[in-house]
Design a protein around this ligand. Structure first.
Ligand SMILES: [Cu+2]
Length: 140
């Protein structure tokens, strides 16, 4: 009887450990236009996979940048081919994806360290025009 109870307690531990390991992705759909991201504020958990799909409904290219953030598993899809305005510089950003006018792109990453990170569009003049946002990473 006691052993049975012990085993069922152990089973609960194992199940909850699995649930943490296979945390579902946080998914966001973001519209880019002159000069804003909608939505512009994102809250995710540290260690949680994040998938952001961007739809550029503006008349010019926009991008999504976090200059300094501890991220892993970064990948992008649907980025315009070689048309970025600052191809030589954007490797300095930890997170960066550009989306051409009328285009769609997808950014996947996992943020590792809790904190509040500033988002901006690095196309010249856009940050100054208010094209900014905030990525909040909370403790898992
Ligand atoms: Cu922009």
């Amino acid at each position: 009887m006691k052993l049975k109870r012990f085993l069922s307690v152990m089973a609960v531990f194992v199940l909850s450990a699995c649930a943490v390991g296979s945390q579902p992705a946080a998914k966001f759909d973001v519209v880019m236009e002159e000069f804003e991201f909608t939505p512009s504020s994102f809250t995710v958990s540290a260690g949680q996979p994040v998938v952001i799909t961007f739809q550029n409904e503006g008349a010019v290219e926009h991008d999504f940048v976090v200059e300094k953030i501890d991220v892993s598993s970064v990948s992008t899809e649907g980025v315009g081919m070689g048309e970025h305005h600052m191809a030589g510089e954007h490797s300095e950003f930890d997170l960066h994806i550009s989306t051409s006018a009328g285009g769609t792109s997808v950014l996947k990453f996992t943020a590792n360290t809790p904190g509040s990170y500033r988002i901006l569009c690095s196309v010249p003049g856009h940050e100054e025009a208010g094209m900014v946002g905030e990525l909040i990473v909370v403790e898992n």
